[in-house]
Ligand binder design. Structure first.
Ligand SMILES: C[S@@+](CC[C@H](N)C(=O)[O-])C[C@H]1O[C@@H](n2cnc3c(N)ncnc32)[C@H](O)[C@@H]1O
Length: 355
């Protein structure tokens, strides 16, 4: 069983979360200097609004990051030694006072995490939402030098607190492992294959989700699988519509979320309508993809997975086991999720396996 708690309040004070209690943080904050988030920062510190009105934009940018740094301080406090934090962040481009400029949010976060929090930087991931629209380009058209490159990527910054995590009992790492071919894709530093949230989650209030700037479930689910094991606790201090909680539920991890805006809870409840179906389909899809990969290879695999009977490339994949969401119970802002092992491949695949 896993547990999932949401606190509606400011994550610059996560008093309900103890020191050194979280294994992994996956989050996407409001991006400073992106207009849709101005109001949230102005509200946190009206001085930022004054600076904006006085056109002191560098001070605005710094002030917004200072607000976020309070949340990062709390993240650092609650993260366990050896725990990892993944921050999804985009830089902002904006014309203010007729002057176009890039506001490099990822640089500010890197600097604070490395210099102040003394977190260890790990290799980062760029992920791309592709747009081929010819009108996506900014600036002076075909006339040099004032045309600007279009930003089509976002960053996933990855940091670790202290030295790498040690396990007394390593069996959970083997059960939570991913396939060799998934490793080859997931651990590359540019991701082109993340689909938008809407394609996976079709239910619910599209307008609210748009306003929340939700990140794709596939992205979070992947990060959780890469950087934690079954039963771990995942925190998202900028919970939004709860994509992180949904992904933690699907990946059989516990979770904690903090969010200012209660309104988004209804979007999360919409996600839950389909969770059993999504869970089965993700597990079936991963197993079938692996099955196709292994059966199409010319070499006979050296190892066998003990739960599904198919070949695997390495001995580390022999214990991989998937779990389906069976039941979700709800009491106020706490959800409990029960699981059953995912035991089957589709009938046609089983026939191929034992032919
Ligand atoms: C980019 S959105 C996160 C979207 C989320 N990842 C999702 O998939 O729905 C940032 C969220 O952080 C919330 N937020 C901003 N500052 C906050 C703070 N200090 N404490 C708690 N929530 C905050 C905003 O209300 C917004 O919902």
């Amino acid at each position: 069983m896993t547990k999932h708690k949401i606190f509606f309040g400011n994550s610059n004070n996560m008093a309900k979360v103890s020191n050194d209690s979280v294994d992994l943080i996956v989050t996407s904050p409001p991006y400073p200097m992106i207009e849709m988030w101005d109001a949230i920062f102005f509200q946190m510190n009206p001085e930022i609004k004054n600076k904006f009105e006085n056109k002191d934009y560098l001070a605005v940018f710094q002030g917004m990051h200072e607000q976020m740094n309070k949340v990062w301080d709390e993240c650092n406090r609650v993260l366990k030694e050896g725990g990892i934090i993944c921050v999804n962040i985009g830089d902002a481009t904006r014309t203010l006072n007729k002057d176009f400029q890039l506001w490099s949010n990822h640089t500010m976060i890197n600097k604070y995490f490395i210099e102040t929090l003394k977190l260890k930087a790990l290799p980062i991931i760029l992920w791309r939402k592709t747009s081929n629209k010819p009108n996506k380009f900014m600036g002076s058209g075909m006339l040099p030098p004032s045309a600007y490159v279009t930003l089509e990527h976002e960053y996933i910054l990855v940091f670790r607190k202290g030295t790498k995590r040690e396990f007394d009992d390593t069996s959970i790492r083997y059960e939570s492992a991913f396939f060799w071919e998934e490793r080859n894709n997931w651990f590359s530093d540019v991701w082109f294959d993340i689909r938008g949230t809407k394609q996976v989650l079709t239910n619910g209030n599209a307008e609210l989700r748009e306003r929340s700037a939700a990140y794709p479930m596939e992205l979070v689910y992947r990060l959780i699988n890469m950087f934690s094991v079954y039963g771990d606790t995942i925190l998202d201090p900028f919970w939004g519509t709860g994509t992180t909680t949904l992904s933690a539920m699907l990946a059989k991890r516990n979770s904690i979320g903090y969010e200012l805006n209660k309104e988004f809870k209804s979007v999360f409840n919409d996600y839950l309508h389909d969770i059993k179906k999504i869970s089965r389909s993700i597990n079936t899809n991963r197993l079938e993809k692996h099955f196709d990969f292994i059966t199409q290879r010319e070499e006979t695999p050296k190892h066998k997975n003990s739960n599904y009977g198919f070949g695997v490339i390495t001995s580390q994949e022999r214990g991989i086991k998937f779990y389906n969401v069976e039941e979700v119970a709800h009491d106020k802002d706490v959800w409990s999720v029960k699981y059953q092992p995912h035991t089957f491949l589709k009938k046609t695949k089983q026939d191929e396996l034992f032919r």
